[in-house]
Design a protein around this ligand. Sequence first.
Ligand code: IMP
Ligand code: MG
Length: 184
Amino acid sequence: MDYVLSNVLIGSQEIEDRVERLGLEISNLYKGEDLVVVGILKGAVVFLSDLVRFINKDVKVVLDFMAVSSYGDSTRTSGIVKIIKDVDASIKDKHVLIVEDIVDTGLTLSYLVKLFKERSPKSVKVCVLLDKVEKRKINVEVDFRGFEIPDDFVVGYGLDYAGMWRNLPDIYRVEKCNNEILKG
Ligand code: IMP
Ligand code: MG
């Protein structure tokens, strides 16, 4: 079984408008504060790079990154999270904003929130571009949310299938295709 691009679910202009709003909300909440923005590699990279440019200069932003992998196949998560790369800076007494591409079951984010809260930060909040609300297995508080989407597998704007399609400016649905049919 393979996947092919289907229709555009969210176009680049709609994404940009929403990301700008999120940047404003974040700017208002953290005005005058220091903020460590932690992007979760690799999916959040495109979103994060646009988002931080909409956070205004009244917030003192430091960027950091974390890489995690959840054991499972390409389209399903197992909930067991392995840290591949931790943040570089200490987050003790700092405001932390975790930036993720998508929340699905919630297992990855709830693990990360718990991990950061154990490190004595001033606060921990979560910003996700996409939220598949109906797939949630574990409750996780999402403080800033781009879009709620249905239970479809999506790629583009940082999101991948098997490492592919992160570069696309729009967010697409993908659909299963049977290789045998294509070959035939
Ligand atoms: P969760 O732990 O089930 O919430 O899964 C979150 C992770 O699964 C995300 O960080 C993505 O890497 C991946 N993921 C879930 N749904 C999608 C999707 O539709 N497209 C691409 N990646 C996805
Ligand atoms: Mg991810």
